[in-house]
Ligand binder design. Structure first.
Ligand SMILES: Cc1cc2nc3c(=O)[nH]c(=O)nc-3n(C[C@H](O)[C@H](O)[C@H](O)COP(=O)(O)OP(=O)(O)OC[C@H]3O[C@@H](n4cnc5c(N)ncnc54)[C@H](O)[C@@H]3O)c2cc1C
Length: 448
């Protein structure tokens, strides 16, 4: 018997670990509730995870299979399970965050020759898309050109049945904890995700390239919370979108390419967890102002577009990409709040919170050196609302005090003109400094 260890792949469709394990014989599924991850996340995200684990267990059961659940550190739990059940091999879809790589290396070392790692978290895994001369990309457009040219992976169907496994009598299947969420959760499980994908492809994909930028997030898929836990395969989603075709499909799949780019950036540059991607930006005059941070986090700055974004996020666990850019740019460039603290608090509110995409988003929107985003582009927060919420219906919904108007509705927590000038002056000085880190990386990449 073999074990499929599910982590960020809570699905049976297009699951290469499951596919490979089934070629070798009967399988058991396993989810390890890892305290290093679960104690470090918010109740809403834990609730979303547990409910999707429960849906995966149902998916196994419907096919005649079994999903085991255990609490503990994976490098302790897996050897116990292998010993207790006489497991031959373990199969898992590879993950790439710094903690995931540490964890997997430890599990590999306690089960030498027994763990098989397969691709499937991304369309092209971190490390797979490299410059022709070798080395990772730091700018999206050339990365995306190579990404689009790369051969797309072969997809796998969900198995209709799973071979029967016999467990020792009374063997504990393990309990999935229940936790209340402070926001309504979307429908759980892969059937719901696959259904939502089809509805999006039919109703919204054709106009996605025109509607994706709205602050209300109405023209987008809202599939990110499924992708983050791997409840939906991004490989399958991209394939289905390209089968539908058109300009909307190309734009949407390009967003999935951004997801891969985010994974790739963190894989090659784990220091972006705490340091600016271009370390020169560590020297911005950060302002750890607790009151301003709290006003930002709770949607009480007096600036309608910022407050609407943060209130919507707190109330729903979701925010449009435009809204994410606005609040990240406000926090980093205008308020100069320590970005690490904001990124962390923001991630805890997101149901789709994902280290790689969130870090990339914060570094990009904050002008901290990811991609070619110029530091001197600072959003006008009134224009952002006028352009991306014409008519003000979304503003009115989340900040009724504003009456749907984009101008400040009470005394602002920050003087925006002053803040803009302060940022541009400091950033202008920093941008003049030589980028020694990039030069040394380039020299290293060129050295034989
Ligand atoms: C400051 C900031 C923080 C962000 N944090 C996260 C996060 O924690 N988790 C997360 O999944 N996305 C994050 N994003 C990216 C993006 O905003 C969301 O993926 C997107 O808004 C989710 O909505 P959707 O599923 O309707 O996206 P769609 O527009 O339908 O796009 C389809 C899919 O493409 C991917 N995608 C889209 N845009 C991006 C992007 N800019 N970067 C990476 N992947 C993208 C997502 O997987 C998304 O589900 C962040 C962006 C910013 C600017």
């Amino acid at each position: 018997m073999n074990l499929v260890w599910h982590r960020a792949d809570l699905r049976l469709h297009d699951n290469p670990a499951l596919g490979q394990a089934l070629k070798e014989g009967p399988v058991l599924g396993l989810v390890v509730l890892d305290p290093n991850i679960l104690q470090n996340t918010s109740p809403r995200r834990r609730a979303w995870f547990y409910q999707n684990v429960a849906a995966l267990r149902e998916g196994y059961a419907r096919r005649g299979g079994v999903l085991l659940v255990r609490q503990g550190l994976p490098w302790e739990v897996l050897p116990q399970m292998v010993g207790a059940l006489g497991v031959k091999q373990v199969y898992a879809v590879r993950n790439f965050t710094p903690y995931a790589r540490f964890r997997d290396q430890k599990v590999g070392s306690v089960l030498p020759g027994r763990v098989n790692w397969l691709d499937g978290q991304y369309i092209h895994e971190p490390g797979a898309i490299l410059k022709p001369e070798g080395g990772p990309y730091t700018v999206f457009t050339p990365f995306s050109k190579r990404w689009w040219a790369a051969r797309k992976p072969v997809l796998l169907e969900a198995p209709p049945h799973l071979p029967a496994v016999s467990l020792p009598p009374g063997f504990d299947l393990g309990v999935i904890p229940e936790e209340a969420s402070d926001v309504p959760l979307p429908p759980v499980g892969e059937e719901a995700a696959l259904g939502a994908l089809e509805v999006f492809l039919r109703d919204k994909l054709p106009r996605y390239h025109q509607t994706r930028d709205g602050l209300a997030g109405e023209g987008v898929s809202r599939l990110s919370y499924y992708f983050t836990l791997g409840v939906l395969s991004p490989r399958l989603a991209a394939r289905r979108a390209l089968q539908v075709g058109g300009e909307g499909a190309l734009k949407w799949v390009n967003e999935l390419c951004w997801r891969d780019f985010s994974g790739d950036l963190l894989y090659h540059r784990p220091e972006m967890l705490t340091q600016a991607f271009d370390p020169r930006w560590n020297d911005l005059p950060w302002n750890d102002d607790g009151e301003l941070f709290s006003a930002w986090l709770h949607g009480q700055t007096g600036i309608p577009v910022v407050d609407a974004c943060m209130r919507e996020l707190r109330a729903t666990g979701f925010l449009s990409n435009r809204g994410r850019m606005v609040v990240a740019q406000f926090a980093v460039k205008l308020a100069l709040l320590p970005w690490q603290k904001c990124e962390r608090a923001f991630r805890d509110l997101l149901l789709d919170g994902d280290n790689a995409s969130n870090l990339q988003g914060w570094h990009w929107a904050g002008g901290l050196g990811v991609d070619a985003a110029p530091y001197f582009r600072v959003f006008n927060l009134v224009t952002q609302a006028e352009t991306h919420d014409p008519g003000g219906a979304w503003l009115r919904r989340w900040v009724p005090e504003s009456g749907g108007r984009p101008e400040p509705y009470k005394a602002q927590a920050l003087d925006l003109d002053l803040a803009r000038r302060r940022y541009l002056a400091a950033a202008g000085q920093i941008a003049k400094k030589p980028d020694w880190a990039a030069r040394s990386r380039e020299a290293k990449a060129k050295s034989p």
